[in-house]
Ligand binder design. Structure first.
Ligand code: ADP
Length: 279
């Protein structure tokens, strides 16, 4: 049975009692082990969703359930134990003087025994391919490496869900790739629910599901392939599809019959090759 890890039921939120609704009647479910990408232009309400999931703010209307716990003032600490967060700025996330100490910090706070701590630090740094950097100083690492250490710090505390809130936004293309590979690997291991929040459609390609937000409402909830096929409608709300989807749409408008929306250049090549061999 597919169990729901995060559930939003008709959630509305505004920062100011007199102000506009920042989230307006938002409902969705995220299953255990699923990777869901939440996408939308700046100000569409993505970070507000992240803050609601881990109880930093509470909804004015509707209900949020995380790992079977209804989120409210009495449960926020239980909820936070099950949700790990990685934020935009890698600089702000370090407390240790070495990578190892940094990952250890969250574990020490939870009173995990030493033997178990060493095992978890080793495993989580191996998962993000940073084990060789254990004794390095975090502030000397590249942006992508810093974010991988931040991810390891979250993994070490074994949360059921990890939220990456614009975790690639400050990285160069290499760093961004490193994080996307890390998320992809975590997804393959399949024992954590992943919520990646981004304004960049290139980052949703491998997600199981994409939630597109616009002005505080769910505008579309579907597969990456379906999202990429809606280029014209996405442009209307200030989002653009990745290059491959643009190319496919351009070819279609020139009369090339692309039958399946490609997710990457291999799929587009395959599509063109099939067309070529049937001509
Ligand atoms: P996104 O993450 O998609 O950029 P946010 O959830 O941060 O969007 O913001 C949604 C809306 O809420 C925006 O209009 C933003 O200005 C407003 N907002 C966000 N944080 C606050 C805050 N702390 N106080 C008042 N308004 C806020």
């Amino acid at each position: 049975m597919v169990t729901s890890m995060i559930e939003f039921k008709n959630v509305s939120y505004r920062y100011d009692e007199e102000g506009p609704w920042v989230l307006d009647d938002v409902s969705f479910q995220i299953s255990a082990s699923e990777w869901v990408a939440i996408i939308g232009h700046n100000g569409s309400g993505k970070s507000t969703i992240a803050k609601l999931i881990n109880g930093l703010i509470l909804p004015h209307q509707g209900q949020i359930i995380v790992n079977s716990i209804p989120v409210n003032e009495d449960t926020i600490w239980d909820v936070r134990r099950t949700v790990g967060m990685v934020f935009q700025n890698p600089e702000n996330q370090f407390v240790g003087t070495t990578v190892r100490d940094d990952v250890a910090f969250g574990l020490e706070n939870r009173g995990i025994p030493r033997e178990e701590m060493i095992k978890r630090i080793d495993e989580s740094l191996a998962t993000v391919a940073m084990k060789d950097y254990m004794m390095h100083e975090p502030h000397r690492l590249s942006g992508g490496q810093k974010q991988r250490v931040a991810i390891a710090g979250v993994l070490a505390i074994s949360p059921e869900t990890m939220i990456l809130d614009e975790a690639t936004a400050m990285l160069d293309p290499k760093g961004r790739n490193e994080i996307m590979t890390t998320i992809h690997n975590l997804r393959q291991q399949g024992n954590i629910s992943l919520v990646s929040i981004t304004h960049d459609l290139n980052e949703v390609t491998h997600a199981d599901k994409v939630i597109v937000l616009n002005q505080g409402k769910i505008w579309m909830e579907t597969s990456p392939r379906e999202v990429f096929a809606k280029r014209d409608r996405l442009l209307e709300i200030g989002l653009d599809t990745p290059f491959i989807a643009q190319l496919a749409s351009e070819l279609s408008s020139q009369g090339v019959n692309i039958s399946k929306q490609p997710l990457n250049h291999e799929e587009l090549l395959e599509e063109l090759w099939t067309l070529h061999s049937t001509m």
